[in-house]
Design a protein around this ligand. Structure first.
Ligand SMILES: NC(=O)c1ccc[n+]([C@@H]2O[C@H](COP(=O)([O-])OP(=O)(O)OC[C@H]3O[C@@H](n4cnc5c(N)ncnc54)[C@H](O)[C@@H]3O)[C@@H](O)[C@H]2O)c1
Length: 437
């Protein structure tokens, strides 16, 4: 039977009177805030970065997956605004936390952003509030870290306020699946929390899957991302093996994926990138180690995937060698630096490691990426060079690191540049000047 606080919060959600706050307005938080606004809630975004709040209030989108017209319409209709003033959290019925969860240099979880956000929530926590953590993290974060900070304010979890974990599964740049149509996993610290959080998402996204606890919900996300990291590690190792055995790994994968069951294609590449796959599995291995369990697959995949940028540089060396040139002193141009196609995100991008390794070997580097106008390398700022201009300057070698759909590969090949292709972007082309991963 639902308790009075549950009923009142559920009513406010069902009637869309609930005021929803989203803390952290990045790749995850901003699309989610817009989706809550579309669902009819009054949404306030909270971020420590005043530029983000200003841009949102001016109706400007800085996340490619959030169309500016959509954002501007929500702001104009009075459904969405943003602020840096955390004291307003106390006026929210729902607070959804979407702040970063990076790793420290030692590969230990850095929960400092989550802790800061929860401190702000705790400062104004009120009866009936629903608090949801969406940041990817290790199993136990919600009940071991977040809950004690909130109950310290004298309210009881799952009775006076509600607390749940719901992993964000968004895939930036994916045209088919988005915040609205990706099924949402929800696990509360108790049944009332699960019920209230499921009601919120049920009003907002197409499909909600309640699970029995916050730990299950946390683990779901880590299983998904570990699955990707391990399979990418496996296929990267296959690529290295095929190279030694003179077999085309891309042709092998294309043929293998004709099997209608029991196989799912993963592709080799220059290394893992983004805020999720290179990081999240280490949240899990760190936590598992505390229970005396070594996650061997995670560590092995990390080693294989982490060594890919070096392998790419080795391939560039082999390619240059075929034209009697050395890495040292050669001009090497990277085509694409974002961590995946058609996004502007360079976090953990393997292209950054490749640029650094090439520079260390004495190569002179440059890059083209229409989504990334500038990037920092060893304290210097590099600017993206227009692709035709870069090719006309006759670099000694080009390296395709990101397969953005805007690239004209016919022109790249026609330029006669020596090429290392880490993405099989040049699948229709052959010739002595193309070196494939
Ligand atoms: N990017 C993805 O594809 C993706 C997908 C699924 C899950 N996730 C997870 O979602 C979480 C957020 O990732 P993201 O990519 O949106 O990060 P992001 O860096 O794009 O956005 C995070 C935002 O939080 C703000 N912030 C930091 N500390 C804050 C605080 N104390 N109070 C208010 N705002 C604060 C930052 O200024 C930034 O705008 C991470 O845990 C990540 O692992 C990301």
């Amino acid at each position: 039977m639902s308790l009075p606080n549950t009923n009142s919060t559920l009513d406010r959600i069902r009637t869309r009177q609930a005021r929803v706050g989203v803390i952290g307005l990045g790749y995850v938080g901003l699309p989610l805030a817009v989706e809550f606004a579309h669902a009819g809630f009054d949404v306030t975004g909270f971020d420590v970065d005043p530029r983000k709040a200003e841009q949102i209030n001016a109706g400007k989108s800085y996340i490619p997956d959030v169309p500016e017209a959509d954002l501007a319409a929500c702001v104009k209709a009075g459904k969405l605004s943003a602020t840096t003033d955390m004291s307003q959290l106390g006026t929210m019925d729902v607070i959804d936390i979407c702040v970063p969860t990076p790793l420290r240099k030692t590969k230990d979880p850095d929960l400092s952003y989550v802790v800061h956000a929860v401190e702000a929530v705790a400062a104004t926590l009120k009866r009936g509030q629903l608090v949801i953590l969406e940041s990817t993290t290790y199993p136990g974060t919600t009940d071991e870290v977040v809950q004690p900070m909130l109950v310290a304010k004298g309210l009881e979890a799952d009775v006076d306020f509600f607390l749940a974990f719901s992993p964000e599964r968004v895939d930036p740049g994916n045209q088919q699946f988005n915040t609205k149509n990706i099924p949402k996993i929800v696990g509360g610290v108790g049944p009332a929390s699960t019920e209230v959080a499921a009601a919120l998402y049920g009003a907002t996204v197409q499909n909600v899957i309640p699970v029995s606890s916050t730990r299950v919900a946390e683990m779901v996300k880590l299983l998904e991302n570990t699955f990707r990291a391990v399979n990418i590690g496996l296929v990267n190792e296959m690529a290295l093996m095929c190279h030694k055995m003179n077999i085309d790994v891309w042709e092998v994968i294309d043929a293998a994926k004709t099997k209608p069951f029991g196989f799912m294609p993963f592709y080799p590449g220059p290394g893992l990138g983004g805020h999720c796959i290179p990081i999240d599995p280490f949240y899990l291995s760190w936590k598992a180690r505390q229970s005396g369990f070594e996650c061997r697959f995670i560590e092995l995949a990390g080693q294989v995937n982490g060594a890919m940028p070096e392998y790419v540089v080795q391939l560039v060396g082999e390619a240059l060698n075929s034209t009697r040139k050395a890495l040292n002193g050669s001009r090497v141009h990277l085509v694409g630096v974002a961590y995946k196609p058609n996004v502007n995100d360079v976090r953990e991008s393997p292209a950054l490691d490749i640029l650094e390794l090439l520079t260390r070997s004495g190569a002179e580097v440059s890059y083209t990426d229409p989504y990334v106008p500038e990037l920092k390398l060893d304290g210097r700022t590099l600017s993206s060079v227009d692709l035709p201009k870069a090719l006309a300057s006759r670099p000694d070698c080009g390296v395709i690191c990101t397969d953005h759909s805007v690239f004209d590969y016919q022109a790249v090949v026609d330029s006669g540049t020596l090429l290392v292709d880490t993405r099989n972007a040049l699948r229709q082309f052959t010739g002595p000047k193309i070196f494939r991963l």
